[in-house]
Design a protein around this ligand. Sequence first.
Ligand code: PMP
Length: 414
Amino acid sequence: MNKAIRQQFPALHQRINGQPLAYLDSAATCQKPAPVVATIQQFYRRDNANVHRAGYTIAARATEQFEQARATVANYFGMPAKNLVWTRGCTEAINLVAFSWAIHHVNAGDLVLVSGLEHHANLIPWQQVCRTKSAELAIIPVLANGELDQQVFQQQLRRRPKLVALTHVSNVLGTINPVAEMVALAHQYEARVLIDGAQAAAHLTLDVAKLAADFYTFSGHKMYGPTGIGGVLMSDEMLAQCQPWQTGGEMVAEVSYQTASWAEPPYCFEAGTPNIAGAIGLASAISFLQQLPDGWQQHEAELLSYAKQRLAAIDGISLIGEPDEQVAVQSFISTKIHPQDLAQYLDQYGVAVRLGKHCAHPLLSALGVAATLRLSLACYSNRQDIDQLVAAIEAAHQDDVDITSLAEAERCDL
Ligand code: PMP
């Protein structure tokens, strides 16, 4: 099964520094299956035109494919097309919620509750909103095993936050948060909830309507689609409460020199020419995901435990975090070699892993580590990728790589 899946990813079949590529950085961005690449190419070769504007044939084709893509992607998440607003990705989707909803609904003295596991994309917009509106930002702490402290979460809910922002899956530790329970609890206290689905969308079966999160954000490139496309799924109620945060073409109903009125949602939140090829490419990635053979999630789970077991057996390697529910991601450090030196060394062996603070500086501080290496898996990953990683780490440990070339603080700000 895995071989047939892997076959569809041209980028995986290359050698790096004379070695087969072991791509273990899918949490940063997934490789793209050939049908996604072909779909994008076909759009530019045959159907390229702007959408929603012209009456000619290829413009109608582009518009139809673009709107069909909205339906395909929204339905994949269990939502109707009209509830999906396209953005450049998850970062822009969270900013959209911050500056089209929160800025109008969070007031002085209000509380915004954010989990301590967050990527900067789901932290800094809330810092900005709270600073602008003189609101309070509180953090749900992370326990040593990489899970959120649910007791503190419940205590903070009693303070009736306006918004709870939390990730579905941690990009550093792979922790799957119990979002269904947390959304239900938050709603009991009338808080609105934003779930950052960036790291969940390629691994978990999702039903955003059932989850009943007020906002659910994602990035296409982390689910086998192209970069520059993503979105936010919003309930009807939230769509009605948001106000456009960017203005210009595409998002209007009527315009005079002095005033303008807005198009219906979701269009009023999509000013300017959208990423048409990106949306169509993402719909193709959704078809790929839907056609994956049964058992691919099990394959990822088995591979993660294989990776953990092999890494834990290496003298001088420590795994970071041990959440009960985890997908696809494992951070680790070597007690012998600085992460940057080790990552460079691994590259010589064709192994691609992420290093640094993973855009989660406060989380790394809370965990008491300056930087980690992170492996992350996808449906195409296999045991050979892991074996290659383990062999390269063992070789690095034996080589006694120089670790004192630069000051640690200088090198870890990634
Ligand atoms: N949230 C999480 C959990 C992420 O892992 C990422 C990307 N690393 C983002 C948000 C931001 O996604 P993007 O850079 O695609 O906007």
